[in-house]
Every structure is written in C-alpha cells, then in structure tokens.
Design a binder for this molecule. Structure first.
Ligand code: G
Ligand code: G
Ligand code: MN
Length: 291
C-alpha cells in the first residue's frame, strides 16, 4: 500500500495519470534514506570539494577566472554526480550550508592564489533556494573580508529559472551583491524561461551561452545563429559573453570569429582539483587567436 501511494503521487506530479513504483522516487526507500544520511555527514564534514574549471579570455588568451563545481567523492575512482546530490541537498534544506562551505573553500583557494601572485576570480553556482537566503550578502561581505579579498574575486552563476522562481526576493539579494561589487552571470542562457525581463531588470554582468548550442554550432546552422545572436545581444547590453561547452578547435575558431569574450569547455580544460589547476597558472597564455 505504501508503494502504491508513492506511485500515485508520482502519477499526479507527472500529470500522466499512471505510474509504476520507482524506488528512486520513494521518499521512504532505504537507499534514499541512506543517501540523505551520507549527504548530511558529507556537508557537515566539508567532504564536498570544490573543483575548478578554467575560463579563458579570447582576446588575451589568458586564464580569466574559474568556475567552481562541487564534487562528492565516494572513493579514489568515483564521484556522486552533482546532478544527483545538488537537487537532494535542495530538497532536504542543506543547499545553503553546502554552498557556504564551497564559497569558504573557494575563497581560501583564491586568497592562496592571490598570495602566490595570481588574481583568479572564482565563479560559484547558486541555486534558487540559495538566492532566497536574505543573509547571504552579509555572509559574503564577512567571508571576503576574512580573506582580505576584493568583491571582484567572486562571481555567481544563476540560471534563468532560479531567477524567475521568486523574482522579487531574488532581485533584492542580487542587488545587494551587485552593490558590493560581486559580479553575476546568467548560466545556461537560452534553455530556461524565454523571458528577457531579468536581463533588463537584474544586475547582470555575464551571459553564459548554454553548452547545448555551443557543442553543435559548427554543424547545426540554427545553433550557430543562436550563439551569434546571443553574442550580439550580450554586447548590445554591455555584457561579457561566455561560451560554455567548447569541445573542439573548430568551435573555438568560430567563437573567436564571432568575437565571443570568454570560453570554457573540455577542449580548454576539464574541472580539476586546485593542485591540478596550479599547473595551468604557471603556463604562458594560450594562443586562442586563430589565423
Ligand atoms: O560538472 P558538473 O557535473 O559539475 O555539474 C552538473 C550540474 O551541477 C551543473 O548544472 C552545475 O551548474 C551544477 N553544480 C555543480 N556544482 C554546483 C554547486 O556548488 N551549486 C549548485 N547550485 N549547482 C552546482
Ligand atoms: O550548468 P553549468 O553550466 O554550471 O554546468 C557546468 C557543467 O558543464 C559541469 O557539469 C561541467 O563538468 C560541464 N562541462 C564543462 N565543460 C564542458 C564541455 O566542454 N562539454 C560537456 N559535455 N560538459 C562540460
Ligand atoms: Mn555554471
């Protein structure tokens, strides 16, 4: 009966009217309860690590900043994917603690890089729930001050969907971050709400074109048109445009022609632990100019 009940709620949610019991959707399943308990411990013990993916400037070929991506290691070989534990952390109310832990660790790292002579801003992903946390701006002020870092050392990536979930409250938090000098990026641009309101009303600095367009732009003319128009739109609004999901040289070459400002993707660098990123810091600027 309990399982039938779980299936009934799943059927109601999907609007399809029919559902087969699925263990992963069962809030009472032993697997899920174990995963939740493990996640609590991982968050409390700071076991979720920041990985860093490089973002390069097209004009200079230099490392511009890094995106922080949460990694939960199971053993030396395997990780729980963020697509699994981030939604779970949201559901059970742990996402704010998890995000604050990552901000602290990423700023520790940024301060260490600064001491070594490298100015490397860190970009943190914020989910909808974190954006409604009215005490986040104070936490940021204190954490930046504790690390003697300027506000420019930090930026946040927010999806269109997260901004529109509760736009008025989100706008308040984003405006205070903006007044502090922390930069904001619209993440996964083009895949969420097609409302352009937030570009107009929110204090945005960067547009990150979703990788689903960038990955196929050299073979799919429609995707290329979307990338090209987004770059123009961003520039007309005085924003810096980032292409994410750059996976090969041909895509990079086209983005250089289209005068995209910043590039990120497996072709340029995977998300890696801090020590691995340091090898990149010591290298000369990449040659991103083509022709
Ligand atoms: O490499 P990747 O598998 O890290 O990330 C998958 C998804 O999880 C992406 O959409 C990414 O934005 C998201 N993600 C990764 N780390 C974080 C985080 O610290 N907070 C939030 N809210 N999302 C994250
Ligand atoms: O949603 P967000 O843009 O934050 O997603 C970041 C995610 O994109 C991470 O899971 C990261 O590992 C992944 N990613 C970064 N670069 C590439 C790439 O070139 N190709 C693919 N397929 N994924 C990428
Ligand atoms: Mn992101």
């Amino acid at each position: 009966m309990q399982r039938a009940d779980v299936a009934m709620y799943a059927a109601k949610r999907s609007g399809g009217g029919v559902a087969i019991y699925d263990l992963s959707q069962d809030p009472n399943s032993p697997d899920r309860l174990r995963r939740i308990a493990d996640l609590r411990v991982a968050v409390e013990t700071n076991a979720i690590e920041p990985y860093y993916q490089p973002i390069f400037s097209v004009a200079s070929g230099e490392l511009h900043s890094v995106e922080v991506l949460a990694r939960w290691r199971m053993d030396s070989e395997s990780f729980v994917p963020p697509s699994e534990f981030i939604p779970l952390a949201e559901e059970i109310g742990l996402i704010c603690t998890l995000t604050r832990g990552l901000i602290e660790r990423a700023l520790d790292q940024a301060a260490a890089w600064q001491r070594a002579g490298y100015t490397l801003p860190v970009a943190i992903n914020l989910s909808a729930r974190t954006l409604l946390d009215a005490s986040l701006p104070d936490f940021i002020v204190q954490t930046l001050a504790a690390h003697a870092l300027p506000a420019e050392a930090l930026s946040f990536e927010i999806t269109e969907g997260a901004m529109m979930e509760d736009p008025l409250r989100a706008l308040e938090v984003l405006n205070s971050l903006d007044r502090m000098g922390v930069r904001l990026a619209v993440d996964d641009f083009g895949t969420g709400y097609s409302s352009l309101t937030y570009l107009h009303e929110f204090p945005v600095d960067f547009l990150k074109i979703d990788r689903s367009f960038v990955q196929v732009m050299t073979t799919d003319p429609d995707a290329e048109a979307i990338v090209r128009s987004t770059i123009h739109l961003g520039h007309d609004l005085d924003l810096l445009v980032v292409a994410e999901g750059v996976e090969d040289e041909a895509t990079l070459a086209r983005l250089v022609e289209l005068e995209c400002d910043l590039v990120q993707g497996f072709h340029l660098g995977h998300p890696v632990a801090a020590e691995a990123l340091e090898a990149l810091l010591a290298q000369p600027a990449k040659t991103l100019r083509i022709g």
